[in-house]
Design a protein around this ligand. Structure first.
Ligand code: RIB
Length: 311
């Protein structure tokens, strides 16, 4: 069976990821010797675009860059994965952003500070200019690294054109809860779900309580990612815990982006949500077996092979 590549519109940021491996974070005033460094393409929206393109989507990315060498890395990255950049604006006044990423050399877990740079200046009106990319898509995805007004306008336009919406509220922030009514799927991780709802999320049952709170805010589905514990797909009719695949973890940075990008593609292909979550878990699991964010996103054939193999 030939699957037609679904059109996916993603709004978000690109930044250069500056990833430092070390045993632990330094304390204030301390200098710590590192155990490795890498610079590469990052930013949640950009990572999700790369993940979606490699998973089989026809991706349009809506973003803003500075006119600088980090911006050149972005264009090269998107070009290599066939991502449509007609809605990427270039700023003459703000630089492309960057992220400081601490990667634990013990566990592969990460902690991030991100400065969105030019992408942080994207306005709601800039997003309206990209209405055609959104209206022509099957699925629209956004996060909270752009200004909230920009993310919200994207979700409003998607709703207006009956495009399925995925809102990845990362990094978590206290925002006007009206935004959740525009969401088919809200996809926080445990920490973000806890911060948004005030419900601690350490177990699947607690994730269900947080999921209920997200549904009350107006989302159609709460889809909470649980790291090595998979994901919970939760709405009023069903609450399904999907375990993930066992892999050797090198670095977890970008796993949520892999999940969101692949989930968008599977939903765009018309797959049932639980099957789409399984596909997304496989993409995320494969992404943590490699270092980096965008560079660690797997190809469609690898995802299909892991899903077919199971566990
Ligand atoms: O989700 C991982 C991403 O978050 C990194 O690439 C970093 O740039 C931050 O945006």
């Amino acid at each position: 069976m030939t699957i037609i590549k679904p059109r996916i519109a993603i709004l978000g940021i690109f930044v250069a990821d500056l990833a430092f491996r070390a045993k632990r974070l330094p304390v204030m005033g301390e200098t710590l010797l590192g155990q490795g460094f890498a610079m590469g393409p990052g930013g949640k929206g950009s990572n999700q675009s790369v993940a979606a393109a490699r998973a089989g989507g026809h991706v349009s990315f809506i973003a803003k860059l500075g006119r600088d060498s980090f911006g050149d890395i972005a264009l090269k990255t998107w070009g290599a994965d066939g991502i449509d950049t007609s809605h990427v604006a270039i700023s003459d006044t703000s630089p492309t952003g960057a992220a400081f990423i601490f990667v634990s050399s013990e566990t592969g877990d990460n902690a991030i500070i991100v400065e969105a740079g030019a992408a942080g200046t994207l306005t709601a009106d800039d997003v309206s200019v990209a209405e055609k990319a959104i209206s022509g898509a099957r699925v629209f995805v956004t996060q909270l690294e752009t200004a909230v007004a920009a993310s919200r306008r994207g979700l409003e336009l998607a709703r207006k054109h009956r495009v399925t919406t995925i809102f990845n509220p990362a990094p978590a922030a206290k925002i006007d809860p009206a935004i959740y009514k525009l969401c088919d799927y809200v996809t926080p991780n445990e920490t973000e779900a806890a911060e948004i709802t005030g419900v601690p999320v350490n177990t699947v049952d607690e994730a269900r309580h947080a999921g209920d709170a997200l549904l009350k805010l107006g989302a159609k589905y709460a889809l909470i990612t649980l790291g090595a514990n998979g994901a919970l797909l939760h709405n009023r009719e069903q609450s399904v815990h999907v375990p993930t695949y066992k892999v050797k973890v090198v670095e977890t940075t970008g796993a949520g982006d892999a999940f969101n990008g692949a989930f968008a593609v599977a939903i765009g292909e018309g797959r049932p949500p639980v099957e789409a979550v399984r596909f997304a878990c496989a993409c995320a699991a494969l992404s943590v077996t490699k270092a980096g964010t965008a560079p660690s996103m797997p190809m469609r054939s690898e995802i299909d092979a892991l899903v077919a193999k199971g566990s």
